[in-house]
Design a protein around this ligand. Structure first.
Ligand SMILES: [Zn+2]
Length: 290
C-alpha cells in the first residue's frame, strides 16, 4: 500500500466499482475492506465506492491475486523455464482490434501496426515479423547472447535501476524522470527513458524500443532499451525480470538479471504508438500468440 501511495492523488481516475475490482482484479470484498483500512485511495462510499484502475492492477499483481492479467502473465513463467537453450522459435501473432462504437454506420477502417518498422532483421537480436492483415508470423532467432553475462560497461547503466521498483503508472508519469527519482518507482516506459539517458551520459550506444512481448498465450505492449553489442542490438531488461520475480513468475536462479531478453520482444519502433487504429484513432486490441 505504501508503494501505491507514492503515486499522487491527482493522477487517479476513480472508475472501478466493487464488482469490477473483484472481476477484473481479483480483489474480493474482504480484501477490499482490509485495503481500505490500510488507506487505499477511493471516491464515494458504500455501494457507490469507486477505485482507481491502476491501483487495482498494481495491487492485484503484487498480491498475486487471481485475475485475467495475472493469468495472461503466467505464460512468462513457462516461457522463461523452457528458454534455457536459446533455440530459434516461430509464433503466430493475431491482433484483433475492437470497435469502440459497435453498430456505427460504415466500416471500421482498422489498421494494424500502422507505425511498425519490422524490417530490421539484419541488425537485431530480437524477434522479427511478417505482417499479413491481422496476423503476423513472428520469428525469434537463436540467441547468441544466451548464457552470456551483461558486458561490464553496461552494468553501471542497468544498475541505475537497482533501487527502483516496477509499478504500472498513469500515462502522465510515464516519462517523468523527476517522479522516478522522488518515488523510486518506474513502469517499463519510464525505466527505459532513464536507461537511454544514462547510456548517453556514458557514451554507450543504446536505442529506445517500443513493441510487443511475444510470449504465448498473449502479446502485450512493452518498452525497453537495446544496446549495440558486437554489431547487434540486444535487450537486457532487469527491470522486467525484477517485476516477474516480484509477481512470482520466475526466480533469480533460473533466470538471472544478466540474461538478454531480446528474443521475447518484437520491436515496432523507437516510440510508443498504437497497435491498431480505428479511423486513424488508437483502439483497443486483443493479441493472442500461438
Ligand atoms: Zn468500428
Amino acid at each position: 500500500m505504501e508503494r501505491v501511495r507514492r503515486i499522487p492523488d491527482r493522477f487517479r481516475w476513480f472508475h472501478e466499482t466493487r464488482r469490477s475490482a473483484a472481476v477484473n482484479h481479483g480483489i474480493d470484498p474482504s480484501l477490499l475492506g482490509e485495503l481500505l483500512d490500510l488507506g487505499l485511495p477511493h471516491a464515494g462510499a458504500g455501494e457507490d465506492l469507486l477505485l482507481d484502475g491502476i491501483d487495482c492492477t498494481n495491487l492485484s499483481l503484487c498480491l498475486r491475486l487471481r485475475a485475467p492479467r495475472r493469468i495472461a502473465l503466467r505464460g512468462w513463467g513457462r516461457a522463461l523455464r523452457s528458454e534455457a537453450a536459446g533455440q530459434a522459435r516461430r509464433h503466430q501473432l493475431r491482433i484483433v482490434p475492437r470497435c469502440p462504437y459497435p453498430g456505427h454506420p460504415g466500416g471500421c477502417g482498422f489498421r494494424v501496426l500502422p507505425d511498425a518498422v519490422l524490417d530490421a532483421a539484419h541488425e537485431t537480436a530480437g524477434a522479427t515479423a511478417v505482417l499479413d492483415g491481422c496476423d503476423a508470423r513472428v520469428h525469434l532467432p537463436a540467441d547468441p547472447s544466451a548464457g552470456q553475462s551483461v558486458p561490464a560497461e553496461l552494468r553501471p547503466v542497468l544498475d541505475t535501476l537497482s533501487e527502483v521498483d516496477y509499478q504500472i503508472l498513469p500515462r502522465e508519469l510515464e516519462r517523468d524522470l523527476a517522479f522516478l527519482r522522488d518515488s523510486n518507482l518506474a513502469c517499463c516506459m519510464l525505466a527505459s527513458t532513464l536507461l537511454v539517458q544514462e547510456a548517453a551520459l556514458r557514451g554507450i550506444e543504446a536505442r529506445p524500443s517500443f513493441g510487443l512481448t511475444v510470449v504465448p498465450p498473449f502479446a502485450m505492449p512493452h518498452a525497453w532499451v537495446e544496446f549495440r553489442v558486437a554489431g547487434r542490438w540486444t535487450a537486457w531488461d532487469p527491470h522486467l525480470l525484477k517485476a516477474l520475480r516480484a509477481w512470482g513468475l520466475c526466480d533469480a536462479d533460473s533466470w538471472p538479471d544478466d540474461r538478454a531478453l531480446s528474443r521475447f520482444f518484437l520491436r515496432l519502433g523507437a516510440r510508443s504508438g498504437p497497435v491498431a487504429t480505428h479511423h486513424g484513432l488508437h483502439t483497443d486490441v486483443s493479441m493472442t500468440v500461438v
